[in-house]
Ligand binder design. Structure first.
Ligand code: TXA
Ligand code: MG
Length: 359
């Protein structure tokens, strides 16, 4: 995976057709999208399941393939500001944040324009737009010159994919086309910021761009709404929070592996042990030799505490451990701050717990 190379021919059992980074492959991948097809695409955050955002029929297929409820809106990816302006009513905040962080892992929620099908926005009067910086996806966006609706390329509620093999494993024959851009650089989903309410910018999903960076650019403190919304929101009533502008992706259980996952400081791990259970243990930082020689099935997110390395490898490790069929995965919370806070938020969602319950 991650190589260039030419597209493989589908055999009669309908395997997924994989496109590399060569010009001919990109042209074919762009053609799939122009004809209303679905293409899994790399981004710098996680892989996405993309379709022409103005083609309602194609976007409906995304929801079907993912098993995603129609109440959960999609992010639309564009390659320039003109593309964003075509879909959303732009404002000064959007201008400042786009200048500071685009292309990059930041999604802006803005009042939508008529042209965006309401299926894409789940009936909301806002649309989420993002200009990704993954070089291969940028080339594709420019080549096809279409806005691309793309949620993370995982079955609804499952872990996001950070490698092409995660996407292939999850969807099998349901997915006809995949653009192989190798492993995703960041490994956590974009920050989602709601700029649709006058005077109240709010982070709906924490991510690689931190709230303090956003506040500094806007010159106003951005609200971080995820925790209060999670407390106030149930899976059934995602359309009725206090702002009337929900982020349905805040459903309680999300980003989960199939194996039960418990977030627990290392010193409490023994409380979960039992002679009949096979337990995988994930420390944040590589344990010392003495510790490693005492325990089996030990894993870690970083060698030396580097938060980018931890974020980059988190979902990949959970995907691997999930396929090894442990009875339980124990994971130590990341140190709070920066990407550590985002990792902990995703872990709390994977276990269905609120962030303050994981320490
Ligand atoms: O990094 C990412 O954002 C990846 C890559 C593929 O770009 N995409 C992604 O998409 O994570 P998805 O669909 O898995 O998550 C999108 C989040 C969801 O929580 C969704 O509810 C929220 O964005 N969202 C989308 N449109 C919205 C809107 N109009 N208002 C509020 N939240 C919205
Ligand atoms: Mg997702």
């Amino acid at each position: 995976m991650g190589s260039t190379g030419t597209a493989k021919k589908p055999n009669k059992n309908r395997v997924t057709r994989i496109y590399g980074s060569g010009a001919q492959d990109l042209a074919q991948a762009a053609d799939v999208l122009a004809r209303g097809g679905i293409l899994a695409v790399p981004t710098e955050t996680v892989y996405g399941l993309a379709a022409h955002a103005l083609d309602e029929k194609a976007c409906r297929r995304i929801f079907e393939i993912k098993g995603r409820p129609l109440i959960d809106p999609l992010i639309v990816h564009i390659h320039d500001l003109a593309g964003a302006n075509r879909l959303a009513h732009w404002n000064e905040w959007a201008d400042s944040l786009a200048k500071a962080f685009w292309p990059g892992p930041l999604t802006l929620v803005l009042p939508k324009k008529e042209i965006v099908p309401s299926l894409v926005t789940a009936g909301l009067d806002t649309v989420a737009v993002r200009m990704p910086h993954h070089p291969l996806l940028r080339k594709l966006l420019i080549m096809c010159n279409l806005p691309l609706a793309a949620p993370s390329a995982n079955p609804f509620g499952y872990l996001s994919p950070t490698r092409p093999e995660h996407v292939l494993k999850s969807f099998g024959q349901k997915l006809e086309h995949l653009l192989d851009g190798g492993p995703c650089q960041i490994g956590l989903e974009s920050t989602v910021v709601d700029l649709s309410q006058p005077h109240r910018p709010a982070v709906l999903r924490p991510g690689p761009v931190g709230p303090e960076d956003i506040s500094e650019i806007l010159g106003i403190e951005v609200l971080v709404e995820t925790e209060s919304r999670m407390a106030a929101t149930t899976d059934e009533k995602v359309h009725s929070d206090t702002r009337g502008k929900p982020s349905p992706g805040l459903l309680h259980k999300h980003y989960s592996p199939g194996t039960p996952l418990v977030v627990l400081p290392c010193q409490d791990w023994t409380s979960q042990e039992s002679p009949t259970k096979r337990i995988a243990k994930i420390a944040y930082r590589k344990p010392d030799q003495a510790e490693l020689s005492r325990s089996s099935d030990m894993f870690w997110l970083t060698e030396d505490g580097d938060e980018q390395q931890a974020a980059h490898g988190l979902y990949d490790l959970l995907h691997k451990l999930d396929s090894l069929k442990f009875d339980l995965i124990l994971i130590e919370p990341a140190p709070e701050g920066g990407l550590g806070t985002v990792i902990n938020e995703r872990l709390s969602r994977a276990t269905g717990l609120k962030p303050d319950t994981i320490g």
